[in-house]
Design a protein around this ligand. Structure first.
Ligand code: ADP
Length: 333
């Protein structure tokens, strides 16, 4: 017995066929059958029959059976096929609805974050600029300097928040494909530090690690380091040191960023990598996106990111990425 399954939606198409049955030959017959919308079995010849596949909203397909004369097709099979197709269709529709719902939720949370995190610094910038431009106030020079500095700082924070919002809306596991090239970790760390120098200027940075060349996506790794170093400074007292250590072990590039800050509570250790999650305990401003971006980038490299508490106080963020290492000793020898 040979069979062919035809579905009507989104347009008439053959879903599955026995390899010896021709789709082209039977298409006109199926087309005619679908137009008639008849709900009962049609025998085209003693060996060829068409069985409607019915769902809740009527006939959605046809099962074509080619059988030898002594073979009898049990119609219960077409009911089972209809049920199983209807179930898989319902699952697809459910998955699409879930995705649409998640997107909607994500958009709403994004909007809420945008309005709060962007409006606050913007309000402060407008306030300071308005005061400065009012000549009737005759502000002392020091106050003018303070207002200018506040504009610069709030503008910087606004820029960082906006960049993170744009990055998170651009990145997804499916679209983020690392473009790896030989990079020197020290160089990437240097440019990451430059990106966030405004926030970390009052924290001495200690860098330690061998000079190596590893195959990584420069821009993406720079982004992870910038976010982690920025956090290390944000969540630590002014003047405290930040230690950055790089390593290459068992096929993995490892970077550890350690601070002497408030640390991460054990119940928050996994949640802080979720989008928009911020610990209740912290009073510092933020979007809750920096670590989610790190997580996305690390996952795109098939790596891992985690946080440990540091002996003596503070936390250590560890990023582990599988990659190749160039043997520099080969060059020197
Ligand atoms: P943001 O810093 O903008 O809130 P992140 O995604 O970078 O967003 O961080 C999420 C949360 O993780 C922070 O709100 C904070 O509670 C916690 N966190 C991140 N880095 C540190 C750190 N170095 N020390 C303590 N807590 C941290």
């Amino acid at each position: 017995m040979r069979a062919q399954v035809w579905l009507f939606s989104p347009q008439l198409h053959c879903l599955a066929t026995h390899q010896k049955l021709s789709e082209v030959t039977y298409r006109p017959l199926i087309e005619r059958f679908s137009r008639r919308q008849q709900q009962h079995i049609e025998y085209l010849s003693p060996s060829l029959s068409l069985h409607p596949l019915d769902g809740q909203s009527g006939m959605f397909g046809v099962l074509l059976i080619e059988a030898l004369s002594e073979q009898v097709f049990n119609p219960i099979l077409s009911t089972l096929i209809s049920l199983s197709l209807a179930r898989s269709e319902a699952n697809i529709a459910l998955a699409a609805a879930k995705e649409a719902n998640q997107l909607e939720q994500m958009r709403n949370t994004l909007l809420a974050a945008v309005s709060h995190d962007l409006k606050t610094p913007l309000g402060s910038i407008i306030g300071s600029a308005t005061t400065l431009s009012d000549t009737s106030l005759r502000l002392p020079e020091q106050t003018q300097q303070e207002l200018l500095q506040s504009i610069a700082e709030e503008g910087y924070s606004l820029n960082r928040s906006l960049t993170k919002l744009l990055d998170i809306s651009r990145y997804s596991i499916k679209t983020l494909i690392p473009k790896c090239d030989w990079v020197e970790p020290e160089e990437v760390i240097g440019s990451a530090i430059k990106r966030v120098e405004q926030v970390i200027k009052s924290h001495p940075i200690n860098l330690c690690g061998d000079t190596i060349l590893v195959s990584l996506d420069y821009t993406l790794i720079e982004q992870i380091i910038a976010n982690l170093v920025e956090n290390a400074a944000k969540y630590s007292p002014v003047g405290s040191e930040i230690d950055i250590q790089t390593n290459y072990r068992r096929g993995h590039f490892i970077i550890e960023i350690a601070d002497r800050g408030c640390g991460v509570a054990p119940e928050d250790r996994l949640r802080i990598f979720e989008r928009f999650y911020r610990s209740d305990q912290v009073k510092v401003k933020g979007t809750g996106l920096g670590l989610a971006i790190c997580q996305l980038i690390v996952a795109a490299h098939n790596g891992e990111i985690s946080v440990l508490s540091r002996t003596g106080g503070g936390s250590i963020f560890v990023v582990k990425i599988p990659c190749e290492k160039y043997e520099l000793t080969d060059i020197y020898e």
